[in-house]
Design a protein around this ligand. Sequence first.
Ligand code: ASP
Length: 326
Amino acid sequence: MHATGTVSGVNEQLDSQGHLRHLVTLDGLSGDVLTGLMDRAEAYLIAPGQPGPGDRSLEGLTVCQLFYEASTRTKISFELAARRLGADVVNLVIPSSSATKGETVLDTLLTIQSMAVDFFVIRHKEAGLMRNIATQVCDRTSLINAGEGQQSHPTQGLLDVLTIRQHKKDFENLSIAITGDIRHSRVARSTCHALLALGVHDLRLIAPENLLPESNELTHARRYTDFDAGITDCDVIMMLRLQKERMQSGDIPDLDSYRKHYCLTSPRLKLARGDAIVMHPGPINRGIDMDSEVVDGRQSVIHQQVGNGVAVRMAVFAAIADGKKS
Ligand code: ASP
């Protein structure tokens, strides 16, 4: 076992030649690194029924997925991304694994690492777990964070900024509103880190007071409790689900009042710019986060986000694979 050094700072996600080694967080990655990953992802976008890019960057490599929390989009898209690049993929089914006998995540991972696995894609509720594990794996092993508690979800942040870039020019001049349960959202944190690195100035966080982030977090963004004021003249509106699984009992809002003040309805959407796009990482609670008319309406880019997720995850795998070959 070779320790790889402390992954306490984001630059330690990069190897000595600047290649991505792990993807634990977007916090601290430069706009250039993010732009490089988006450019690479663009090349992997395929239309349904069209042949793939023919890139076999992951041929001979093995990916293991460890999802300790529920997932639909992220898990499937990581698997498709790995397979489209030629990898072998194995999935551990956590409820029937030795986790139920008390095996720790680290012990599970080190066990599977002994079977010559090159990538681990991990989702877990514990903050700090990914960084801790990244310090303890072999040199040839890479970790990709597929959702860490309420801390971070870096590939979601990447696919969000790619989707915005496909519709809007110049991040610097955009007004972007993120609304819903920001306090418990790993997506909000990762997407905000990416938006900041790409130069967004007008970033607005809209939520009831107890669902806004702590006052020492995401301090560059303006905070609103008034939904209508917050989305006025926005170019991008990103809605978030109420993360009931991460709330304390006092945090859970009265749903009727929440819906009344924070659900994105068609009349409310008119307050944003006429060409504003509407995003949501999914899963959507229709009628609470947003009305169906908006989810399925012409300004919604939600399905495009999902498609971009596969391409972004291919880009991350391929970028890490570059480092393994050099
Ligand atoms: N799918 C996203 C996540 O895993 C958003 C959500 O669950 O609301 O964080």
